[in-house]
Design a protein around this ligand. Structure first.
Ligand code: FES
Length: 422
C-alpha cells in the first residue's frame, strides 16, 4: 500500500497528477475507496416483482441486484462459485434462478446453490450450502436510490449521507409519491479517470461558462447572445465524507425543459422543501455523493462513474422523474436530459472531451511532476445559516478539496479485510 499523504494537500489545494494515472494507486482505490464505501447500485423502480434483476458493479466487482421472494432487495457477487464465470450476463430482466452458462450451476434468488449437473461426482463432504453466491452484506435505500457496500460494519446509509440528504431531497422529495425511472440506462465509455468526473460534479461550476459557451448560446440565444456569465452568485456545499454540491442562488434562467418547468408547482415545493432549497439546489445544481454517484436535480439525470482502470471510466446514466408527472411531462424531461446530458448531449460532449483531454497527457514524465491547482476559495468555507453543513462560494474548489481529502484519508486507512488478516 502506498501512503498518499504527499499526493493530496487539501490545506494548500495542491494535487499530484499520479492519482489519476498510477496503476498501483488504482488497485488500492478498489480496495480502500470502493469496497468499504456505500455505492449506488440501482433505482428501486427497476424492481417490481420477485426475480427482477439488474447487473452492475461495485468498483470493478460485478454484482447482481435482485428482488427476492420476500420482496427484499439483495445483491450478490456476479461470479459463479465453481470456476468464476458470471452467473448472469444480461443487463436486466426477470428470472427464477441464475444459471451459470459454463457448466450449469444454478442459484436461486436467495443466492443458494440449488442445482449442479453430475452432483454424484463430488465427494461426500461437498455441501451445496457452502457454495452459494457471495452476498453484498449491506444494501439500503434512500428515497428510491439503492446503495450497497462490502463493508461488514458500515455506518447506516443515512448517517453516511449526513447533510448531503438535504441537497439530495431537492431532486427526490417533491411529493409523497417519490420518483420513477423513464427510459433505459444509457452506458458509454470515456477515456479518463473516474475522479475527474466525480470531482467536477462535486465542485466545478467554474467550467460552465467557458466549456459550455456554445451549448449555452444554442439553448438561450436571445437571453445570452454575448455569452455573458450566466450565474454569478450561489453556494457550494462540502462534506467531510467527500460529498459535494454546487448551485446558483435565485437563478433567473433555469435551463430545464419548459414543459417540466411549467408543470412544477413551485409554491407547493417551497412549502415542502423551503425557500432556500427551491431557490438553491433546485435551480441548476450539480452534485456528487462520494465516491462515484452524481446527479443534476433539474435535468433529472443520475449517474455512476464506474472505474475501468486508471485511464478509463464507464458512465451509466438514468433519467429520474417525479412519479406524479403525467406521461407528456415525463417524456419532456427524458428528451431534455438526452439532449443535454445523454451520451451525445450537448453538455455531456463538452465534459467528456475535457476529461479525456486531461487524461491523454497525464502520463508524461514532466507533466506528472507539475502539481494541479485546487486553491480557489481557500478559507471561504463556513456555515452560511441558510444551507446545511459547510458551504463556500459557487465558484470555489472547496468541495474538491474535501473530496480529495476524504479520498486521501481512505487510501491511507486499512480497510476491514486488511485488519482481519493481521
Ligand atoms: Fe459456473 Fe462452472 S463456472 S458452473
Amino acid at each position: 500500500n502506498i501512503d498518499v499523504s504527499g499526493l493530496v494537500d487539501s490545506d494548500t489545494g495542491l494535487l499530484d497528477r499520479a492519482i489519476f494515472t498510477d496503476e498501483q494507486l488504482y488497485r488500492q482505490e478498489l480496495r480502500r475507496v470502493f469496497a468499504p464505501n456505500w455505492l449506488f447500485l440501482a433505482h428501486i423502480d427497476q424492481f417490481h416483482k420477485p426475480g427482477d434483476f439488474f447487473t452492475t458493479y461495485i468498483g470493478e466487482d460485478p454484482v447482481i441486484v435482485t428482488m427476492d421472494k420476500d420482496r427484499r432487495i439483495r445483491a450478490y457477487l456476479n461470479s459463479c462459485r465453481h470456476r468464476g464465470a458470471r452467473v448472469c450476463r444480461a443487463d436486466e430482466g426477470a428470472t427464477r434462478n441464475f444459471t451459470c452458462t459454463y457448466h450449469g450451476w444454478a442459484y436461486d434468488l436467495d443466492g443458494k446453490l440449488v442445482s449442479i449437473p453430475n452432483k454424484d461426482g463430488y465427494p461426500e463432504s461437498f455441501d451445496t450450502k457452502d457454495w452459494g453466491l457471495v452476498e453484498v452484506p449491506h444494501v439500503e435505500t434512500y428515497r428510491g436510490l439503492i446503495f450497497g457496500t462490502w463493508n461488514p460494519q458500515p455506518s447506516p446509509l443515512r448517517d453516511y449521507l449526513g447533510d448531503m440528504a438535504w441537497y439530495l431531497d431537492a431532486m427526490l422529495d417533491h411529493d409523497d409519491e417519490g420518483t420513477v425511472v423513464v427510459g433505459g440506462v444509457h452506458k458509454w465509455v470515456l477515456e479518463g479517470n473516474w475522479k475527474l468526473a466525480a470531482e467536477q460534479f462535486a465542485t466545478d461550476w467554474y467550467h460552465v461558462n467557458m466549456s459550455h459557451a456554445s451549448a449555452l448560446m444554442v439553448l438561450s440565444p436571445t437571453k445570452n447572445p454575448k455569452n455573458e456569465i450566466v450565474h454569478r452568485t450561489g453556494r457550494q456545499f462540502l462534506d467531510p465524507n467527500g460529498h459535494g454540491a454546487g448551485f446558483p442562488v435565485h437563478a433567473k434562467n433555469r435551463f430545464n425543459a419548459q414543459k417540466v418547468h411549467e408543470w412544477i408547482d413551485y409554491d407547493a415545493l417551497r412549502e415542502r422543501l423551503g425557500e432556500a432549497r427551491v431557490e438553491g439546489p433546485l435551480t441548476d445544481g450539480h452534485a456528487t455523493v462520494f465516491p462515484n454517484f452524481s446527479y443534476l436535480p433539474v435535468i433529472g439525470t443520475i449517474r455512476v462513474w464506474h472505474p475501468k482502470g486508471p485511464d478509463r471510466m464507464e458512465v451509466w446514466s438514468w433519467t429520474v422523474v417525479d412519479k406524479s408527472m403525467p406521461p407528456e411531462v415525463r417524456e419532456a424531461q427524458r428528451l431534455y436530459n438526452l439532449r443535454t446530458f445523454g451520451p451525445s448531449g450537448i453538455f455531456e460532449q463538452d465534459d467528456g472531451e475535457n476529461w479525456s483531454e486531461v487524461q491523454a497527457i497525464s502520463h508524461g514524465f514532466i507533466t506528472n511532476s507539475v502539481p494541479l491547482n485546487y486553491q480557489m476559495g481557500i478559507g471561504s468555507e463556513r456555515e452560511d445559516g441558510r444551507h446545511p453543513g459547510t458551504t463556500s462560494e459557487l465558484y470555489s474548489d472547496a468541495a474538491g478539496r474535501a473530496f480529495y481529502g476524504r479520498w486521501r484519508d481512505l487510501m491511507n486507512t486499512p480497510a476491514w479485510h486488511e485488519k482481519e488478516t493481521r
